[in-house]
Design a protein around this ligand. Structure first.
Ligand code: PEP
Ligand code: MN
Length: 338
């Protein structure tokens, strides 16, 4: 059961609900968001159902939810969550938001050339990482805070919010002090300490799907963030590992409509990390728009042959412009503008 408190309900009303739950041998998990407080009730279902929750002071409604992911489920919140990032609405049924930029920030020139070009072609959010999760410990690991400073400058210059990955719970405060959106990458989807930490800071979080994660596991990861009080979560499908080796991953396009039915959170697709090859990015991006995603996130590099990370999947600036035109046409066909 989820107990949704009224907007004006105070601490005392929340404490009374918790006390009531405890009196019947159950427990309450409080998630205090920006707009409202919600309480997840765990314990004996029968006993919880017997309480006339909606008659208790400060309670707006009580919603029975059977899934282990409760707060993020559609049952709990039938309407879509829309996340406003510096005026860009993510999750609105009539918008398709394109996030683009380099996989990693490598230099000022590389970042600024890319940001200017993608902005001009119609991207609304910039990507660029300061910390990179690399398979080899000897590969380029990112420029760290210097990259965040460059992103901060690029945001001002091109009037674009930016998203950056955070790998380590110890860096959450640092990344959160610069970025408009924090990203938890595929390798960290099950890093519960990191999920809790990003759940305790105020910036929206992009949560990538673990490459071996089921939708249930992915939604439970989102629940970790939500439960800590951060209700602004964007799910990103980025391909999963299957028996197929022809592409870097297999884009699970089915996940998009399924997630939309199971949860109320915005869903994006990353066609770059899914396909892993430049020539697959545009077709997968069009598929994402057609299947009902709320946006895409795309790797772009002015000189991919010199890229320190993921050059083979980065679009050239002119490829990106072409892709934007094609994706916009598909988005318009399904009632969304880019
Ligand atoms: C990325 O977006 O740069 C990234 C590392 O992606 P993933 O976590 O999906 O591999
Ligand atoms: Mn990458």
């Amino acid at each position: 059961m989820i107990i949704v408190m009224k907007r004006d309900a105070g601490e005392a009303a929340v404490a009374a609900v918790i006390a009531k739950l405890e009196s019947i041998g159950s427990e309450g998990h409080v998630s205090k968001g920006q707009y409202r407080t919600v309480i997840g009730a765990l314990g004996d279902r029968e006993a919880i159902h017997q309480v006339p929750w909606e008659a208790i002071d400060g309670v707006e409604r009580a919603v029975p939810v059977l899934n282990s992911y409760k707060f993020v489920s559609r049952e709990f919140q039938p309407e879509d969550t829309v996340i406003e990032v510096r005026g860009v609405p993510i999750g609105r049924a009539d918008e398709f938001v394109v996030v683009a930029g380099p996989c990693a920030v490598e230099s000022r020139e590389q970042l600024f050339r890319t940001a200017e070009a993608v902005r001009c072609s119609g991207a609304r959010v910039l990507r660029g990482d300061a910390f990179k999760p690399r398979t080899s410990p000897y590969s380029f690991q990112g420029l760290g805070e210097a990259a965040l400073e460059l992103l901060d400058e690029a945001r001002a210059e091109f009037d674009m919010p930016f998203v950056a990955e955070v790998l380590d719970p110890r860096d959450v405060e640092l990344v959160s002090s610069y970025a408009d959106i924090l990203r938890v990458g595929t390798r960290n989807m099950s890093n519960y300490t990191l999920l809790q930490e990003v759940g305790r800071q105020p910036k929206p979080v992009q949560l990538k799907r673990g490459f071996t994660a089921t939708l249930q596991e992915w939604l439970n990861a989102a629940e970790y963030i939500f439960k800590e009080g951060n209700h602004q979560i964007i799910m990103v499908e980025r391909g999963i590992r299957t028996f197929e080796t022809a592409a870097r991953n297999t884009l699970d396009i089915t996940a998009v409509p399924l997630l939309k039915q199971m949860a109320h959170l915005p869903v994006m697709v990353d066609p770059s990390h899914a396909g892993g090859k430049r020539q697959l990015v545009a077709p997968l991006a069009r598929a994402a728009a057609a299947v009902g995603a709320d946006g895409i996130m795309v790797d772009v590099h002015p000189e991919p042959e010199t890229a320190l990370v993921d050059g083979e999947q980065a679009l050239l600036l002119e490829d990106f412009d072409e892709m934007m035109k094609a994706v916009t046409a598909v988005a318009v066909a399904v009632g969304r503008s880019t």
